[in-house]
Every structure is written in structure tokens, then in C-alpha cells.
Design a protein around this ligand. Structure first.
Ligand code: SD4
Length: 330
């Protein structure tokens, strides 16, 4: 584990890097990156063990030379359409009023992005987010507006309610104690980032959000820069875990900025977790967050506050689930 001194060192490098990059532009660093090594592509990374199945969906597109954008959309749709999943899609655990509400966002190599929040009764929010990106002048649509937009684009209304999720909610109602202790079980939000054969990056993130959340609550997952960020010059990042904590540090955006300055994906995921811990004044009991990052060379990394986070990785040579390094054990 890092000492405080090490941490300060990394933070200092990180902040200097961010300053230099955001204040003076990225050209110098991009030039430096260009002179580097060969590229491992295509490659796809997803959060949690449901990422293995999702990666298979993405891989069908990547292996035939398809775009990272199509791959991440099709990949996470696999998880959304798995109604046994209690944390993504219509099978997800509901809010405290018993309604499952969905958040998703997508971003591509041209800095285009789209997002939906507080969406109900639609099976594949990620595809609605893509339509927001492609067919509207906006980036985010939420609630009834997002739903009406989806219907207008031909997405069917789906009234599915998971018995398992409803039972869990009934159980929760007995105490109605709101404790956002998440990610102890091995399933959660799916975030996916990919690099295609043309060297382009895209990402997608989709979730039913925190179980038993307040009505109307949005987490990080539909927020570009928090749950997901992609910069095709540099890399992509995605977050899972307590969304409020990710939003506070603009998690995915800072990860990409640190990569812009030459830090490796593994270093930046670790630095972002360390920043998050410090910004929460070290009070992170039960606060789990995990990050994944991928750079333009197909190098990747992952790191979480607590143990238990894992990442599905697929490239030409490998298809596996990897346990992320972490700051502390549960
Ligand atoms: C949220 N970040 O709504 C999501 C939940 C999640 O792992 O990712 N859990 O806050």
C-alpha cells in the first residue's frame, strides 16, 4: 500500500500533469505518445464479471473490424437485456418507492456523447443514449422526456418487473434503512471501454443505479466526465461504485487527463482512487469505487477503493476476469 509520502508524490505529478495539459493544451504530450510502441488492438474492458458476457457481444463487432462505438453499445446491451441482473437494466433493484429507473451514457472517438437518466420502462437505455447523441442537439435527456424520446424513436415500452428485485425491496421496506453499501456482491453497473482496429476509442456505461435511492436521484453513470470519459487522442475511462463520490472528483475525466500527461492507465486509476479518498477526508467506510482505464496503445489498468472489484478483459490473446488492485481490504 502507498505511504502518504508516495501519495503526495503521485498527486503532485498528477496535478502538475493536469495543470500543464489543461492550461497549455495537449499537443506536446500527444506528440510524445505518438513516438511510442505498438498498439494492442482491438481490445475491450468492462466492469465486473457480467463484463465477460458483455465483452463477447462487443468482440463480435471488434473482431470483424467494426467500430468501438458499435462494440460498446452492443456489448452493454447484453447486460441490459439480462433481466436476472439486479444492478443493470429493467431487472435492477428499484428506488425506495419500488420503481426501477435507469441511467446510461455513451461517448465516441469524435467527442460526441449522449446520455439518459431516470428512464423507466425501456429495455436498452444505452441505445436511447446513442440516439440522443446522434439525433438531437443535446447530450442529456431525463425522465419523461427521455422516455417520450425513446418511444418516438421506436423503442418499445417494456413493463418488466423483476420478482427478485421486488422481493428484495419488500424486505428492505421492513427497516427502510438507507445504507448505500455497494459492490460487496460481485455484480454492479456495467462500464465498457474499447479500442477498435482503426485505433478509435469509445465507451458506454449503464446501470439501474443505487438500490433504494431517492426518487429522481442520478448517479455518475449518465454523467459524461464522471461515469465515463473518452478522448480519442489519449484514452478512455469508466467508473463503478458510489456515484456521488465519483462525481465529486470528476472521476473519469481526471483519469483521462492524467493519461494525457503520460501516466499509465494503472497509475492513473490508482491516483484517482487516492484522490477520491483524500477528498472524502479519508472517511470511506463502505464507500466503494472502482475505475478502469484504457489508453491509445491498448494498455489498460484498474483500481478500487476496496477489494472485490474485478474487470473483464478481452483482446486477441486473452479473455479473462482480472481482480483489480485496491487501496484497502473490505
Ligand atoms: C451509481 N455508479 O448509480 C452507479 C452505481 C454503480 O457500482 O456503479 N455501482 O452511483
Amino acid at each position: 500500500m502507498k505511504t502518504r509520502r508516495d501519495f503526495i508524490k503521485v498527486s503532485a505529478i498528477g496535478s502538475a500533469a493536469i495543470l500543464s495539459s489543461s492550461a497549455f493544451g495537449s499537443d506536446q504530450q500527444t506528440e510524445k505518445n505518438k513516438s511510442k510502441k505498438t498498439v494492442n488492438k482491438p481490445i475491450v474492458l468492462s466492469t465486473w464479471n457480467h463484463g465477460l458476457e458483455a465483452n463477447k457481444g462487443a468482440w463480435k463487432i471488434l473482431e470483424t473490424g467494426g467500430s468501438a462505438l458499435d462494440a460498446v453499445e452492443q456489448g452493454v446491451r447484453v447486460t441490459e437485456s439480462d433481466f436476472t441482473n439486479l444492478s443493470v437494466g429493467l431487472g435492477g433493484l428499484p428506488d425506495r418507492d419500488g420503481n426501477t429507473t435507469l441511467d446510461a451514457c455513451i461517448m465516441d472517438h469524435r467527442n460526441r456523447c449522449g446520455s439518459v437518466g431516470f428512464l423507466q420502462n425501456i429495455e436498452n437505455p444505452i441505445s436511447v443514449a446513442r440516439k440522443v447523441m446522434e439525433d438531437t442537439p443535446h447530450i442529456m435527456l431525463v425522465g419523461d422526456g427521455a422516455y417520450e424520446f425513446a418511444i418516438s424513436k421506436g423503442f418499445p415500452r417494456n413493463e418488466f418487473k423483476s420478482e427478485k428485485a421486488q422481493e428484495a425491496w419488500q424486505e428492505w421496506l421492513k427497516t427502510s434503512e438507507y445504507k448505500p453499501i455497494i459492490n460487496r456482491e460481485n455484480h454492479d453497473t456495467i462500464g465498457m471501454i474499447a479500442l477498435d482496429n482503426n485505433g478509435n476509442l469509445s465507451g458506454a456505461c449503464t446501470t439501474s443505479g443505487l438500490s433504494y435511492k431517492m426518487r429522481g436521484r442520478l448517479g455518475d453513470s449518465p454523467i459524461i466526465g464522471a461515469g465515463l470519459f473518452v478522448d480519442n487522442e489519449v484514452g478512455a475511462a469508466c467508473a463503478t461504485g458510489l456515484g456521488e463520490a465519483v462525481i465529486r472528483i470528476a472521476g473519469s475525466a481526471i483519469i483521462v487527463e492524467m493519461m494525457r500527461c503520460g501516466m499509465s492507465p494503472q497509475e492513473v486509476c490508482k491516483a484517482a482512487v487516492e484522490r477520491l479518498i483524500v477528498k472524502h477526508e479519508n472517511k470511506v467506510e463502505n464507500l466503494q469505487v472502482g475505475f478502469i482505464a484504457l489508453n491509445k496503445f491498448g494498455e489498460w489498468g484498474c483500481y478500487s477503493v476496496y477489494s472485490g472489484f474485478n474487470v473483464a478483459h478481452r483482446d486477441i490473446n486473452t479473455e479473462k476476469l482480472v481482480d483489480a488492485e485496491y487501496n484497502r481490504p473490505w
